[in-house]
Design a protein around this ligand. Structure first.
Ligand code: BGC
Length: 741
């Protein structure tokens, strides 16, 4: 008999939206008492103390003897005011754990979570919140009080090198998840920073490129992800991005910072710059409050350069005061003054690693499983396992987010020039898939080859019951991929192994989707992303069925580059920066400045495929399980408030988790994800879910009315297993709704 869970599953918990048409309050948590205190402190500050608060340093660039004593080296540091009890800000990157590789903390380790795309594949805000709590607690124990987390730039191009850090292509999914992450981090009395505001969706030319985009599509996509993330996570800080948007640098963009963020969204935290993203002192008038790591900007715009400008009234002192008061408010509101970064605490790494394991287990996506080749069962006596470094650990993405995991890892320098050279560290660590598989299948003989010799790998595969090829495509901040192909002959390696053994499984360790010219020959494919420090175990558990895979793609896998809005990645063909360009645009300018637009507009990712009628290789939302789920009982009510109810049932023999998705479309418009429910279900068990749709997700942004508008009319509601696999459809009439921006 099927059991129905007695209560309606709470939508907020499941990550589905429940926002009413009123604009939600964007102000950070805490009473206005912090603003009052900020004003009191402000009155007592000297001019130099104010300048100290608005200008940050990279301590790693400061000679050791001149560094403030007892401060942990991280991405940045901002002087406090000791005499008034204002703590210094000690900043670290932290999207995937407390990062430590680039920060010159030799020997330091931290719990390393899977990549952002893996986290997003869980569609599980509760788990991501716990990950955030864990990261915040480790950061605090190490002496940090500002966390540069989380990144919510939308994935628009699957070649973008930093996608692995972000949370996918959908504004609702990414916004809800980043909000969960930030609120987890900030629960440790810390400042969290949502980033990179806005439209820094690719790395190529990130310091010089100019995104040309109308306001409406911007609001309906990238900005909506930030808006939702800020509402839910209440980050005390926003980090503005490197690039330009409609001609203005994001960190001196009045439209983004003063109009959208502050005026429309009512945000009253502070804005810090990305490192090396400031180009003038006047940025303070456009809404920037703090210059981060000012040694890597062309000038110390908020200190050395600011002082004479304020003295001559070119920049009013009120602008400095306003910035200082926002920073102080955040400090008091988050309770940074209640503890000292000089305190250190022991970190329960073993307990903390549980969240890394769960995230890896839930983030792995089973893409294909013909004839139920997986999970491997007891009949499998010999396995040929092939793959580079899988005897050493799993792969991690490069850049400022990189975390040396507990247990350490092996770092390979990768070819790169300029800033890319700094970030070009291919790290391999955590639990090794090979050993984990051997432990998970003690009765089987597991042969291993690193794949350098495809003929030898194929010969081993020919003798085995099953072959497993691990393929990788490493990714890093600052570098976009030239294409979506596996490098170094890995396609040929997979083909050779699959030809030798038709029972071949491919495990992908990538920061992005890849093309799969061998797909027809490989009955099973798993995307493990960069799976974090317990990744090897999680992969082995999924392969053997100890864990039933439940990850769903937060990003579309294209069938070819021709399906992408840009056949050629913008700027990848732009001339390299010459000395003169670098002198004007800074040391990080990799190319000469270039402009580009996004032909897909607000329809990033699956919406573009829907609008164009393209069939992707694997759709957004796709993810298989070792059990079968049905989705039924779709009920929809409209009018002034769109609510959607449905039932999910595990029809199979194994426990598992389903992620039911709801998409809404209207005539002439691409479908949009409006909510989802992730439910753990025993065999035969059902769960009910109800989604109250945030109307902004289905609305148009009307730039004349300066409001969101849901046009009256008929809408199609789909209950679905993925963006392309629909279980049930209903139509519903909605009244016109107008919602504040
Ligand atoms: C990145 C930011 C990071 C900062 C500090 C920059 O390169 O874009 O995400 O927070 O460095 O490490």
């Amino acid at each position: 008999m099927k059991r129905v869970l007695p209560v309606l599953l709470a939508i907020g918990l499941a990550g589905c939206t429940s926002t009413t048409p009123e604009r939600p309050q964007l102000r950070a948590s805490g009473s206005d008492q912090s603003q009052v205190r900020a004003q009191e402190t402000l009155r007592q500050l000297t001019f130099d103390e104010k300048i100290g608060l608005i200008s940050g340093k990279m301590l790693s660039f400061v000679p050791a003897a001149k560094r403030p004593p007892g401060v942990t080296l991280g991405a940045g540091w901002v002087a406090g005011v000791e005499r008034l009890g204002v703590p210094a800000l000690v900043e670290t990157d932290a999207s995937l754990g407390v990062s430590n590789l680039l920060q010159m903390r030799e020997g330091d380790v931290a719990t390393q979570l899977p990549s952002g795309l893996a986290l997003a594949s869980t569609w599980n805000p509760d788990l991501i919140h716990r990950g955030g709590q864990m990261i915040g607690s480790e950061a605090r124990a190490k002496g940090f009080n500002v966390m540069l987390v989380g990144g919510v730039n939308l994935v628009r191009d699957p070649r973008a090198g930093r996608n692995f850090e972000y949370l996918g292509e959908d504004p609702l999914l990414a916004g809800a998840l980043v909000g969960a992450q930030i609120s987890g981090v900030q629960s440790n009395d810390l400042i969290g920073t949502i980033k990179h505001f806005a439209l820094n969706d690719q790395e190529t030319g990130r310091n010089v490129h100019n995104v040309v985009m109308d306001e409406a599509p911007m609001r309906e996509s990238d900005l909506l992800a930030f808006q939702i993330g800020i509402e839910r996570g209440k980050p005390a800080s926003v980090m503005c991005a490197y690039n330009r948007v409609n001609g203005r640098y994001a960190c001196e963009n009045d439209f983004l910072l003063n109009q959208v963020l502050r005026k429309d969204w009512g945000y009253d935290g502070f804005v810090m710059s990305d490192w090396g993203a400031v180009h003038s002192s006047e940025a303070i008038l456009a809404g920037l409050d703090q210059q981060s790591g000012d040694q890597i900007d062309q000038k110390r715009w908020f200190s050395t350069e600011m002082t004479p400008k304020v003295q001559s009234n070119a920049i009013p002192i009120s602008a400095v005061d306003q910035a200082v008061s926002r920073i102080l408010t955040a400090i008091y509101r988050q309770g940074l003054d209640k503890w000292s970064t000089a305190e250190r605490a022991d970190i329960p790494y073993s307990a903390n690693s549980q969240v890394a394991l769960q995230a890896a287990e839930q983030g792995i996506v089973l893409l294909r499983n013909e004839n139920n080749l997986l999970p491997l069962n007891n009949d499998v006596r010999t396995i040929a396992v092939v793959g580079r470094d899988i005897d050493k650990g799993v792969l991690t993405g490069g850049g400022s987010s990189q975390v040396v995991p507990v247990g350490g890892f092996k770092v390979y320098e990768v070819a790169g020039t300029g800033p890319a050279k700094l970030f070009a560290r291919r790290g391999v660590g955590g639990t090794a898939p090979l050993q984990a598989l051997r432990e998970a299948m003690p009765g089987a003989t597991v042969m291993f080859s690193d794949g350098a010799d495809p003929a030898a790998a194929a010969a081993a595969a020919a003798k085995a019951d099953v072959a497993i090829v691990f393929a990788e495509k490493w990714a890093t901040e600052t570098n976009d991929h030239a294409d979506l192909s596996l490098e170094d002959g890995q396609d040929a390696l997979i083909q050779a192994v699959a030809q030798a053994n038709p029972r071949t499984v491919v495990v992908l360790q990538t920061g992005n989707p890849v093309l799969m010219p061998w797909l027809d020959q490989t009955p099973a494919v798993i995307s493990a992303w960069f799976s974090g420090q317990r990744g090897g175990e999680a992969i082995a558990k999924v392969l053997t069925g100890a864990v039933n895979p439940s990850g769903h793609l937060p990003i579309t896998f294209p069938a070819s580059l021709d399906q992408l809005p840009h056949r050629v990645l913008p700027g990848s063909d732009a001339p390299r920066a010459d000395a003169e360009t670098r002198a004007v645009y800074g040391v990080q300018a990799g190319t000469k400045p270039f402009d580009f637009g996004y032909p897909e507009g607000s329809d990033a990712g699956y919406r573009w495929y829907d609008a164009k009628g393209f069939k992707p290789l694997f759709a957004f939302g796709h993810g298989l399980s070792y059990t079968r789920f049905s989705q039924s009982g779709l009920k929809v009510s409209g009018g002034q408030r769109l609510t959607i109810g449905f039932v999910m049932t595990n029809e199979g023999e194994r426990s598992g988790a389903d992620v039911a998705q709801v998409y809404v479309s209207r005539r002439g418009k691409a479908k949009r994800l409006v909510g989802w429910k992730r439910a753990d279900l025993a065999p035969g068990q059902s769960a009910q879910a109800e989604i109250a749709v945030d109307p902004r997700v289905v609305a148009d942004f009307d730039t004349t009315l300066r409001k969101w508008v849901v046009p009256a009319g008929t809408y199609t509601v789909e209950l679905a297993h993925s963006a392309t696999q629909v279980a049930a459809t209903r139509t519903v009439k909605l009244d016109r709704m107008e919602i504040a921006p």
